[in-house]
Design a protein around this ligand. Sequence first.
Ligand SMILES: Cc1cc2nc3c(=O)[nH]c(=O)nc-3n(C[C@H](O)[C@H](O)[C@H](O)COP(=O)(O)OP(=O)(O)OC[C@H]3O[C@@H](n4cnc5c(N)ncnc54)[C@H](O)[C@@H]3O)c2cc1C
Length: 430
Amino acid sequence: MAPAVKLAVIGGGWAGLAAAVRATEAGHEVTLLEMASHWGGRARGVEVDGLALDNGQHILIGAYRRTLALMRTVGVDIDAVLHRQPLELRYADGRGLRLPGGPAALAFGMGVLRAEGWTAADKLALLAAAGRWALARFRCAPGTTVAELCAGLPPAVRQLLIDPLCVAALNTPAAQASATVWLNVLRDALFGGAGAADLMLPRRSLAALLPAPAAAWLQAQGAILRAGTRVRQLTAEGASWRVDDQRFDGVVLACSSTEAARLSRSIAPGWSARARALTYEPIVTVYLQCSGARLPAVMTALVDGPSAPAQFAFDHGALGATPGLFAFVVSGAQQWVDAGAEATAAAVLQQALQAFGSATWPTPPTVLRVLAEKRATFRCVPSLDRPEPAIAPGLVAAGDYVSGPYPATLEGAVRAGEGAFAALAQVRLA
Ligand SMILES: Cc1cc2nc3c(=O)[nH]c(=O)nc-3n(C[C@H](O)[C@H](O)[C@H](O)COP(=O)(O)OP(=O)(O)OC[C@H]3O[C@@H](n4cnc5c(N)ncnc54)[C@H](O)[C@@H]3O)c2cc1C
């Protein structure tokens, strides 16, 4: 897109911020329009009783290269905002996996061999399966589910590793989740070079990770930022676009898939129908408080079940954030959204007491807040028809849902935002 053009980015989540930053960096005149009063979309900070929380606990990993690069571009000190450690997937009773540092594939092998609570046969079966996946270059038949891919693994490995990792990464249970996308995540995390599998956990509000610094950076570079502005209409006007009452040379639709479908309905009915057809899975985060309590690790895996909602617990004190604050995460949470906030809170309290034992809690923990995101991520099922970024000349989509290798993640959103800007540049140059 040389020379500079007027570009509208609709939606100020991580995809929209990525597109806006990269376009501004390339010298274009960017206007960022966001419906809500805040930046960050589904990965945003919220304030509850004076405490800076997030709308849901987020996990980043070392393989989020584009996200980390974007954070650096807008001046974020990665070490200050993220706690980094080798991947650890351990239960309160000590069972599970802890990777040593070093090259990822080697660390994975060492971690599996040293894992607690598995037999030698369990470990060998997992290493053999990982070897087969690597030999097949992390590809499988398109219609395969994660449960089908892992059917030959021993039950302990499936229940203690595959199922919780799958629901954490894809927010879709293994029985319904896409093995293709799962293998992409494994490839880039476990076999993606030193540090790729590292856990990177926010020790500041999500707002401080990207949304606030990106908005400040954009403003300082002269971009126009309009929060609290819902775009109602998008129409073609010759070779340019009208966004409500303003004219632009190009548009990045970085809003939700439903809003992108609405805005593009008369422009590209086929694309719009594909975006509208995506379905979503909820995530519930239950924040507990207990002064003086400390969990055995910053992130502990939990055994979930019909009366135990959460798969992971996070200790915000151990993360270097707020002592005595704990986030319990319920992925694939439709059953608990249906049960309601009160029932979910009661079940999580019970689960917290049982999993960690009463000695962990000097006083009974209390519920600070139950935050339910009903449309947290798209259901990542096999052979999912995800729409392409290109919609029409000068009009592209960005968002974690557009076609790409990853499930709905921050990295998927950032890559989509940067990719949309790059695609627009190509269309304009052609
Ligand atoms: C509870 C929860 C936990 C998660 N955990 C993780 C995790 O651990 N790791 C991970 O990597 N990912 C996680 N995710 C997923 C991650 O948050 C998303 O993939 C990512 O934030 C999506 O960004 P996006 O920009 O594509 O979409 P969005 O964040 O949805 O941004 C779209 C934006 O467009 C705005 N908008 C919509 N319509 C209009 C309109 N007409 N005009 C103007 N603006 C509009 C919306 O208000 C929104 O701000 C989680 C998500 C949730 C909800």
